[in-house]
Design a protein around this ligand. Structure first.
Ligand code: SF4
Ligand code: ZN
Length: 345
């Protein structure tokens, strides 16, 4: 694949790095060595049409770090003394996020949820372990692990079949629950996920297409810890595109899992991403205008954090079984586990 080829490839004139199985075109980046770095005028390794700029490796890393620092500051995500729990999947975004936060001097540990999806989970777990050992250990960062099979008695696919629910919604419930649980139990101040500009723009498109207004309120890059038992959640990569993060991972030799989760095939999110990529190719900056424009409008509707907290407090209370906040008597995770046990016995 591409990681080992990087050193030589960067010296070639024009080339394309492809690194994804079925969503190739939106994770493809073209490096044209005829361009010079906008900042230092040496040979550029990546062009960024939406910023009308091109960067060499050093200046590109500076640009990425700066975008993350701006996101953290403008959305008041966390400070240097806060303990951060990064949700890592073994993919480029979450590993890049962990790498960037550590390099920016933050106290960031990570949690990997082993979903039990055959070779995909084995490979992604191996990538996370490798990163944790090599990079995170030098910053004294810690990796937490949760294995779905250990707690539920089956991997995510089997579990979903057992309880007659779609795999991705089962997975979403488990991941949300476990990340929140570890963040609360281990006293982290904030939980960070690797959602990038493409993810957020695609999600926004989906919410707007279906006029899911209640979801729009929660689409910001920083969600407060509204009630006791709910960790604060932030998305420090929302200013960076998928292509920029792939370039960052490659240039910094972060060994990530290239394949998407096999369950994502044909998902609505991938369709929305493809549509947005077509628009982006025609008019660079479309995704940024779309998502950042939405955030701008949300900000004017202030005070969102307070309203959200009030709304949450009105409807949430501790789950009768596990005490995590829920709108029902028993939370969806506990219901799911109870159903799995009934069906398995
Ligand atoms: Fe989970 Fe579905 Fe995402 Fe795979 S594609 S990680 S099953 S939510
Ligand atoms: Zn519960």
């Amino acid at each position: 694949m591409l990681n080992g080829e990087l050193g030589n490839s960067l010296l070639h004139s024009t080339f394309i790095i492809q690194h994804s199985s079925f969503n190739i075109h939106h994770s493809t980046f073209i490096i044209d060595s005829k361009m010079n770095c906008t900042k230092c005028k040496t040979k550029a390794v990546i062009g960024l049409p939406r910023h009308n700029a091109a960067f060499c490796k050093g200046c590109f890393n500076g640009f990425v770090h700066d975008q993350v620092a701006r996101a953290i500051k403008s959305e008041k995500m966390f400070g240097k003394d806060d303990r951060i729990l990064v949700a890592v999947s073994g993919g480029k975004d979450s590993l890049a996020l962990w790498d960037i936060l550590l390099k920016l001097g933050y106290r960031a540990d990570a949690l990997y949820v082993h979903l039990g999806i055959g070779a995909y989970s084995e490979q992604s777990h191996a990538k996370v372990l490798k990163f944790a050992e090599a990079a995170a250990a030098s910053h004294r960062a810690k990796l937490h692990l949760h294995t779905v099979e250990q707690e539920a008695g089956a991997g995510i696919k089997e579990l979903a079949q057992l309880i007659h629910r779609p795999t991705c919604s089962t997975c979403g419930t488990i991941k949300r629950y476990q990340f929140n649980r570890v963040a609360i139990e281990q006293h982290y101040d904030v939980m960070a996920t690797g959602h990038n500009l493409d993810d957020e723009a695609a999600r926004l498109l989906g919410n707007v297409l279906h006029w899911q207004e209640e979801y729009l309120d929660k689409q910001g890059p920083s969600l407060p810890a509204s009630v006791e038992g709910f960790a604060k959640k932030v998305k420090p990569l929302y200013r960076l595109s998928e292509r920029e993060l792939a370039a960052y991972a490659v240039l910094n030799r972060i060994d990530y899992i290239v394949e998407e989760c096999p369950m994502a095939k044909g998902s609505k999110m991938l369709q929305y991403k493809e549509v947005l990529n077509r628009l982006e190719t025609e008019s660079p900056g479309t995704k940024q205008t779309f998502y950042w424009g939405f955030l701008e409008k949300q900000r004017k509707k202030q005070p969102t954090a307070t309203t959200m907290t009030e709304k949450d407090r009105a409807v949430l209370h501790p789950c009768a079984s596990c005490s995590q906040p829920t709108t029902a008597e028993v939370c969806s995770y506990c219901k799911m586990m109870a159903r799995a046990k009934t069906h398995a016995s």
